[in-house]
Design a protein. Structure first.
Length: 397
């Protein structure tokens, strides 16, 4: 690619668009199609594509002077542009939503860890050395066996309730440490995916599908268009750097173009519920609430995140809806997180309530000795009589 010398990239979206606008029409259309997730072709560009397309009815020989169904051809090209544009923007929106949701989740987990550390040091007299040891061993800790051991010891009165509460809160503290590590790994992966999705231009076969031309002729047009664009951009940048008299560093102009345009805010899609994560929208919302407030069990949390964020590409949804299902769930999760911002005192109260030992009255349901048997309705009695059959009068005599 063409390189120039720049102090820090002075590229802006306005500069890029102005350079593209000044290109010859064929090169301008090609560059806009390559950058389709950021720039859309104008009506004149679409009209040129329609008129430039070869007529598929004439595979050899001269093309006809007057082409039929220009309105239909314009509609088809417009639909293909909207299809690819929407898909590329959703492909970028999905990891962006993951990043935003995970940032909120990490902030909530950090605050909950602060609440747990405050309770352990002030209420249960746990020293900093023990907290540090618990934090270091959190990854390898097995919470379920420890919880069962504590409950068994409490049931057999081998441990006091305060000691149970203290140990149970330490287990919850380790669970929070593991949750934060998972969320940080997810955030790192989501940020990488978001960056890569913003640096990916439209593929050659996708441009050929929109334009309706063979890949062979497309390759030559692409090289010519990129040469025109990069040469014009280099000239503009050298002119600006000469006026500012700034020192120079090497830069890949095409990659810098993509990086500059990727700083634009991610497009927000309007999507509807697609079954798959849950059977109904109400069930999905309930699960998202438990996921957002951290009450979802640790074993189910990882599986639900993978199910919620993965790309669904099947014969039922098709490639154009592969991101819509995840985007719908992430948009609802983002809204739930925005509505819920607990304070430190509320988190401390929730932790104490979650880890408090259950009383025997709560563990065993009250037995009702004088409970009356439920009376059957008239319809239920009719069903029972039908199942039993009619009484044989001969056997009763």
């Amino acid at each position: 690619m063409t390189t120039t010398t720049l102090t820090h990239s002075p590229l802006t979206s306005e500069l890029i668009e102005s350079v593209i606008e000044a290109l010859p029409i064929q090169s301008r259309i090609m560059v806009r199609l390559l950058l389709l997730q950021y720039l859309e072709p104008a009506e004149d560009d679409i009209q040129f594509i329609v008129e430039d397309q070869p007529d598929s009815r004439f595979m050899a020989g001269d093309q006809p002077q007057v082409k039929k169904s220009l309105v239909a051809a314009t509609r088809e090209v417009t639909n293909r542009i909207e299809q690819y544009s929407g898909f590329l923007r959703q492909k970028r929106e999905r990891p962006w939503l993951q990043v935003e949701c995970l940032k909120k989740q990490i902030a909530l987990t950090d605050l909950t860890i602060r609440a747990a550390e405050g309770l352990l040091t002030s209420k249960f007299d746990v020293n900093r050395a023990e907290l540090k040891e618990r934090k270091q061993s959190a990854v390898s800790a097995l919470p379920r066996p420890e919880i069962r051991r504590l409950e068994r010891a409490l049931e057999q009165e081998e441990i006091a309730e305060d000691d149970y509460h203290r140990d149970r809160l330490l287990i919850e503290y380790q669970t929070l440490i593991r949750r934060r590590e998972r969320q940080r790994r997810r955030l790192k992966n989501a940020e990488q995916e978001y960056e890569l999705s913003g640096l990916a231009p439209l593929q050659d076969h996708e441009v050929a599908h929109i334009w309706g031309i063979p890949l062979g002729s497309l390759s030559a047009r692409k090289v010519k268009a990129l040469t025109h664009y990069l040469s014009a951009l280099q000239a503009r940048l050298e002119q600006e750097s000469a006026s500012t008299d700034s020192p120079h560093v090497s830069s890949d102009l095409w990659r810098e173009t993509l990086r500059t345009l990727s700083r634009k805010p991610s497009h927000r899609s309007i999507v509807t519920f697609i079954p798959g994560i849950e059977r109904s929208e109400e069930a999905l919302i309930e699960k998202l609430k438990t996921f957002a407030d951290g009450t979802m069990p640790e074993a189910a949390e990882s599986g639900f995140w993978q199910l919620m964020t993965r790309v669904h590409d099947s014969e039922h949804s098709g490639p154009w809806h592969s991101h819509a299902r995840a985007i719908f769930a992430l948009q609802r999760l983002f809204a739930i997180q925005a509505d819920s911002e607990p304070t430190l005192d509320e988190l401390e109260e929730d932790l104490l309530k979650t880890t408090r030992p259950k009383s025997k009255d709560d563990a065993l349901p009250a037995q009702q000795a004088d409970e009356q048997p439920a009376e059957l309705s008239e319809q239920a009695l009719g069903v029972l009589n039908a199942l039993a059959g009619e009484i044989d009068d001969k056997r009763t005599t």
